[in-house]
Write a new protein. Structure first.
Lengths: 324, 348
């Protein structure tokens, strides 16, 4: 085991697959000589050559479309969007071509698209978004959102190995802030399996990505009130681990769904609706949602802080639920 | 002022032989064109009989262009033909009964009723099924070429688009990527002069779509799309150049869409004289005449091809009509691929 940052774990996962499987290649803007805007692929071009680590023109449509074609020809492409926000330029290729190809034409499209997402450092409206719910709504796509270094590596390997288009949301705010022991050997983390980040009996928080840590800090504060909070890290949003969520809320009877994406139509709405549909009789309080307000992500620090759910917001929400 | 090269028509049998086709091949090309038109004419009848749900599209006038390019492709080359390119499916060997089954939404169509009309392809024949967002298939074709380049295989990808589709960003991005990486790629623009009801002068401001090629760093060629042999010769040159590492080519094949955008459209906006003028250059009639004058195609040979196609189509229709409608219980199956789906020659 080595201690790796979340970012190093992503690199490690990608390098592991590229060494193991010659079909894997990386394409994106500035991923070669520069090593990627966040340095995930630093040193990759030296090791794997410039035909497996391709600097692409500033053309997200071509990047994702070409990944689809290469995947159909038997490759295992990994595209890097410089920021998750730019995936809007490749929407058509994920949603129109890649997502529907298996269902309508029987052709699998095994591609992975890495999406550096999330805010917290004044990235502004175009470098901070969390667009996972938009894609989770599209049949044929999978969406994974690791929160820990161990999952970052294991889920990336699973994404590359998966025979479907997988969107891999890597939270930028975790890149260098989160560090943990990561197995050195190759391993996978199953897509569709949640993880209990913290066990508790009185309340459940269902969340993913950077919000796992926000929820954990809030849970620690509730602990001193004598309220025991369980934190479920969903890990993958599509498919999502309905059974794990239902088991947790049936145990605690109170649920708070937390995400950094905006509120209306966010993936939390799907989770809340499912709890209401399938665990209504087990609940002692209405499902509570905490999410960003329905605005673009603002730039200025006080505005952004007010936009992204903070530990205090979650503490207040949990106390409200505890008292219900 | 045109920048692209304007291809000469093909003259003699000798010239055709030099381009790689013997007499037998030529009769095969003619048969494919007759078959292509026959499939679409029969489809039209099926539509009028109320047997085709949704809409119906044909490529009348484009048979030579589609067959010409497909004939120039190698067995391991791949392509992304669109809705005017039925001839590509025919040349690559798709069975006509499966096309009729596709038209009628039957279980035995290539998409098993999950998609309609020409939104189909048999990946085993090296074709990838189109989507309605037409130029979206160009980056996909470029990705195939990229895979060939990474693996250093001597294979070529062919991507089709219309002059209407040339307006979209996908087209620009695909040509940019193919150009900078000198990928083994051939872009084929079926310029049939009408994007639904919009004429070319409202679609692009250059004289030819192929004039753009130079700005992407490769050659552009304009060819008369009603001349199957000229299309074949230019496609073959471009494909072999790509195979040899010479990078992409953009071939613009000029035709007229001889019917409406789809079956509901009577194309009232196309001047009558334009239809009359282009009808004189019908690709089938033009090639039939050429074969009789230059390759001594006999009455017997011509009749045999016509009768053979007619019988094949009758049999195909019968078999397609026997194909069941899809089982509704299969509705939610296969949205996601399983590892077993990757057990194909492409994924070894």
């Amino acid at each position: 085991m080595a201690e790796l940052t979340y970012l190093q774990a992503i690199s490690d996962g990608l390098r592991t697959e590229m060494r193991r499987d010659k079909r894997v290649f990386v394409i994106g803007e500035d991923v070669g000589v520069y090593g990627g805007a966040f340095k995930v692929t630093l040193g990759f071009q030296e090791e794997f050559g410039h035909w497996r680590v391709l600097d692409a023109p500033l053309a997200e449509t071509a990047i994702v479309g070409a990944c689809t074609g290469a995947a159909i020809m038997g490759m295992r492409p990994v595209a890097e969007m410089q920021f998750a926000d730019f995936i809007s330029c490749a929407w058509d290729h994920l949603v129109t071509v890649a997502a529907k190809q298996r269902y309508r034409a029987g052709t699998p499209v095994p591609i992975t698209v890495r999406l550096p997402s999330g805010g917290g450092f004044s990235g502004g409206p175009f470098h901070s978004q969390n667009p996972e719910s938009s894609f989770a709504h599209i049949p044929g796509l999978k969406c994974v959102c690791p929160a820990t270094p161990e999952d970052a590596k294991g889920l990336l390997i699973s994404a590359i190995e998966d025979p479907n288009p997988v969107l891999y949301f890597e939270h930028k705010h975790l890149y260098r802030r989160i560090k943990a022991e990561v197995p050195e050997e190759r391993y996978t983390v199953p897509i569709g399996k949640a993880r209990t980040h913290r066990e508790g009996d009185d309340l459940s928080v269902i969340t993913w990505g950077a919000m796992v840590y926000t929820a954990d800090e809030a849970a620690q504060q509730l602990d001193s009130d004598g309220v025991s909070v369980e934190v479920i890290d969903l890990r993958t949003v599509m498919p999502w681990d309905k059974q794990a969520v239902l088991a947790s809320v049936r145990k605690t009877s109170k649920a708070l769904v937390l995400h950094e994406d905006t509120r209306t139509g966010g993936f939390g709405a799907e989770i809340a609706a499912t709890i209401a549909e399938e665990a209504f009789e087990d609940m002692d309080a209405p499902v509570k949602r905490i999410a960003a307000p329905d605005t673009p992500v603002p730039f200025s620090p006080p505005l952004e802080k007010a936009f992204i759910p903070q530990v205090d917001d979650v503490v207040a929400g949990l106390r409200e639920l505890a008292e219900y | 002022m045109a920048i692209a090269r304007e291809a000469e028509p093909v003259g003699s049998l000798k010239e055709v032989r030099e381009a790689g086709l013997d007499r037998e091949d030529l009769l095969g090309v003619y048969r494919s064109m007759v078959m292509t038109r026959g499939i679409e004419e029969r489809g039209h009848i099926l539509y009028r009989q109320g047997k085709i749900p949704g809409s119906f599209y044909t490529g009348r006038g484009n048979e030579g262009a589609a067959v010409g390019v497909a004939t120039a492709m190698g067995p391991d080359d791949v392509g992304t033909p669109l809705h005017r390119d039925m001839g590509v499916h025919v040349v690559r060997g798709v069975e006509p009964w499966r096309i009729f089954a596709q038209y009628m939404g039957r279980a035995d169509g290539p998409t098993h009723g999950r998609d309609g009309n020409v939104h189909m392809a048999d990946s085993k024949l090296g074709l990838i099924a189109m989507v309605s967002h037409l130029p979206a298939m160009l980056p996909v074709a470029v990705g195939c070429a990229l895979a060939f380049r990474i693996r250093e295989e001597k294979r070529v990808a062919v991507g089709w688009f219309g002059e209407g589709a040339s307006a979209r960003g996908d087209c620009h991005e695909a040509m940019t990527l193919a150009g900078v990486r000198k990928l083994p790629m051939v872009f084929v623009c079926d310029n049939n002069q009408w994007a639904y009801s919009t004429p070319t002068h409202l679609e692009f401001a250059t004289e030819h779509v192929a004039d753009r090629a130079e700005s992407y760093g490769f050659e552009g060629v304009v060819v008369d799309g009603t001349d199957v042999l000229a299309v074949y010769r230019e496609a073959r040159r471009a494909i072999e150049k790509a195979r040899a590492g010479g990078g992409p080519t953009l071939i613009e094949s000029l035709t007229l869409r001889m019917e409406g955008h789809a079956v509901h459209d009577d194309a009232f906006y196309v001047p009558k004289e334009m239809f009359e003028r282009w009808a004189e250059n019908d690709p089938l009639e033009r090639f039939r005449t050429w074969l009789r004058e230059n390759a001594d195609m006999s009455d017997e040979e011509e009749d045999e091809i016509g009768a053979g196609v007619k019988k094949a189509l009758n049999d195909a229709l019968k078999r397609a009509e026997e194909s069941p409608l899809p089982d509704v219980s299969s509705l939610t199956e296969g949205v996601y691929a399983t590892p077993e789906d990757l057990d194909t020659p492409h994924h070894k």
